[in-house]
Design a protein around this ligand. Structure first.
Ligand code: 0RA
Length: 639
């Protein structure tokens, strides 16, 4: 369409809607960085999951194509193609171009409609250079194509291609590189969310195929056991205290509640709560209801079985949740999402419903499985005893030395800038790298904190022991936020906390230790996007008096071939940061003009949790297995 006069009134309305999305994409998908990019895929997949929840679809395939596009295909009923009475246009066109039109077509009970999902596939269309949809329905194959959200000019709006008796929808879209900071899809990011969806929706097969020439791969997720298998998966790397995964579900007032849990020997609990397939990281009424009932049921069981006799008092919620892995999933016809990231369930009626369901079902489960009950309760009693014993020491160390100490650590070379937003903290490993970084930095806005040797493995110790560690205390005071319950993001002294570790196995180990600490005790710092990993170059190539740095082996090979005609003067491998002089370190790794920083986010708490416990947890078998499998890439372990 080339002239305004050709637009109908309805068409103009549509364009205004899509234009609003294009002008303020972040309002609809959260951000235009890699996270927002991946949300496009989740949005389309959510529509297919809805089809599955309605009982019409059991296979979903996500394909990353070689031309930068992604295809999402399902075997559902297919998007309707007949003429929509109100808009006088094909229904598929309405769904693709009218904000929130998807939901108006049907009254499926568990519509995913919160957080950043559920904005409608029209938002994906608005943010795509092109979008193609192929529908099998009503005995034929239908195609439609959109250009920056607008129905493509041409013959009929929906073209009937050939007869076909099957049904399904295939949506392929090319994200608009004028809108997104990056249009590179990451298989591992998609994989964790798709795996999670497969756990949450048992019986649905979700496949991920990476068709890009360099990285062909295929994963297929299907879990008949649902969240039972999710908990077993999360605990694969842990020492479990009972073989069965506790599972029950209940439905009250159209609200479906499911719980799966299993106790482990570790100290770190991990409870993942979902509402309508959305990971409610900020918690909410379903989580509160679960915790309240759990505390009550376990205390009741312990009391009536005489298990609290040598404990002065009752079990606290924290005692019971120590080392407990649990997944709570509810499906609600009208979920309300609140909180900063819209990942907190707000429906007040849910609290009592979940509490009631857990109270009744868990009590029954424990009565019927006394060995499991014994394992869970004994673990909680042990935790309560440890808590009491540690209390004094904890108060001492915690209050005095860590959080109330106001003076900055002596090892910190602070920057002059006082505005946290413009300040950067580089955490370096060992004294030699720290020395280079101190000399190479721009002291105006870059601070350096050297960390000596291996910091304490925080996965294995309780807070009181962790706080006895000097390096950890320095870290906490330098960052300024406090930790755990006392954490306050407003007190962060830097909005960039950069891990500057060697590109070798030791460096990866230190980085993982630090990230474990942030993940466990400063989660909001990761959520705020304040944590980064510096990426020092791996190789330096000299040729005709010039030097070239390469971040990867592939880049080294490219430079050697293309720049040096296959005949470089010297190829040097940087083993440690200490090998670089201060100027080199500044130029390659610290200078904001040249450097590459990798932002570390909690894209998927469950996946990160698993990674940390494989590397750090009690079970030795899985760690050996992991290291064996990843030995070649051990130099750079991505979280
Ligand atoms: C509107 C109505 C119906 C299905 C769908 C939309 C639908 C949308 C998507 C998006 C991806 N896959 C999809 N599959 C179906 C119901 C149509 C009917 O009643 O037959």
């Amino acid at each position: 369409m080339s002239q305004d006069s050709e637009y109908s009134a309805g068409q103009i309305q549509v364009l205004e809607g899509l234009e609003a999305v294009q002008k303020r994409p972040a309002m609809y998908i959260g951000s235009t960085d890699t996270r927002g990019l991946h949300h496009l895929v989740y949005e389309v997949v959510d529509n297919s999951i809805d089809e599955a929840l309605a009982g019409y679809c059991d296979t979903i395939e996500v394909r990353i194509n070689d031309d930068g596009s992604v295809t999402v295909a399902d075997d559902g009923r297919g998007i309707p193609v007949d003429t929509h009475a109100e808009y006088e246009r094909p229904a598929v066109e309405v769904i693709m171009t009218v904000l929130h039109a998807g939901g108006k077509f049907d009254s499926k009970s568990y519509k995913v409609s919160g957080g950043l999902h559920g904005v409608g596939v029209s938002v994906v269309n608005a943010l795509s250079k092109w979008l193609e949809v192929e529908i099998k329905r009503d005995g034929a194959v239908w195609r439609h194509r959109f250009d920056h959200g607008e129905p493509e000019d041409g013959i009929e709006r929906v073209r009937e291609m050939r007869p076909d008796e099957e049904t399904g929808t295939e949506i392929r879209f090319w994200p608009d590189d004028g809108i997104f900071e990056t249009t590179e899809f990451e298989c591992s990011t998609l994989e964790s969310r798709l795996r999670e969806l497969a756990f949450l929706n048992p019986g649905v097969e979700i496949a991920l195929r990476d068709g890009r020439t360099d990285e062909r791969s295929e994963s297929v997720f299907e879990y008949e056991g649902g969240i039972r298998e999710f908990v077993a998966y999360l605990n694969e790397t842990r020492d479990v205290l009972h073989d069965d995964v506790v599972y029950f579900d209940d439905e009250v007032d159209d609200i479906h509640v499911e719980v799966a849990m299993q106790a482990t020997a570790g100290v770190q609990g991990s409870i993942h709560a979902f509402a309508n397939n959305i990971n409610t990281r900020e918690g909410g009424t379903h989580l509160t209801g679960f915790k309240t009932a759990l505390t009550r049921v376990i205390n009741d069981y312990a009391t009536s079985n005489g298990m609290l006799s040598d404990l002065d008092g009752t079990l606290k919620g924290d005692d019971i949740r120590e080392g407990l892995t649990a997944v709570i999933s509810i499906k609600h016809p009208d979920p309300q999402f609140e909180g900063q990231t819209k990942t907190k369930l707000g429906n007040s009626e849910v609290r009592g419903i979940v509490e009631g369901a857990v109270h009744e079902e868990l009590a029954t489960y424990l009565e019927e499985h006394p060995d499991t009950a014994e394992a869970i309760v004994s673990k909680a009693v042990e935790a309560a005893k440890a808590r009491k014993a540690a209390k004094k020491a904890e108060e001492l160390t915690r209050r005095k030395s860590a959080l109330e100490s106001t003076s900055l650590p002596g090892k910190l070379a602070d920057c002059r800038e006082r505005d946290p937003e413009d300040s950067e903290l580089f955490i370096t490993e060992g004294d030699s790298a720290g020395g280079s970084a101190k000399q190479g930095r721009n002291p105006e806005f870059q601070a350096i904190l050297p960390i000596r040797g291996k910091i304490l493995n925080v996965e294995k110790h309780r807070l009181d022991r962790i706080l006895e560690n000097n390096e950890i205390r320095n870290l906490i005071t330098a960052i300024g936020t406090g930790i755990g319950d006392e954490f306050d993001i407003e007190d962060a002294r830097y909005h960039k906390v950069v891990l500057l570790c060697d590109a070798d196995v030791d460096g990866a180990h230190i980085r993982t230790l630090l990230l474990t600490f942030f993940y466990r005790h400063m989660t909001p710092l990761l959520e705020a996007g304040y944590v980064y990993a510096a990426q020092p170059p791996l190789y330096r190539i000299r040729y005709k008096g010039e030097t070239y740095d390469a971040m990867t082996e592939a880049e080294r090979d490219r430079i050697v071939e293309e720049v040096c005609d296959g005949n470089p003067t010297q190829v040097q491998r940087f083993k440690g940061l200490g090998e670089m002089n201060p100027e080199q370190l500044w130029e390659t790794t610290m200078n904001p003009g040249n450097r590459i920083l990798k932002r570390i986010t909690i894209e998927d708490a469950a996946a990160a949790d698993r990674m940390f416990s494989v590397l750090m947890g009690d079970a030795v078998g899985p760690r050996k297995q992991f290291i064996k499998e990843h030995a070649e890439e051990a130099e750079w372990i991505d979280i």
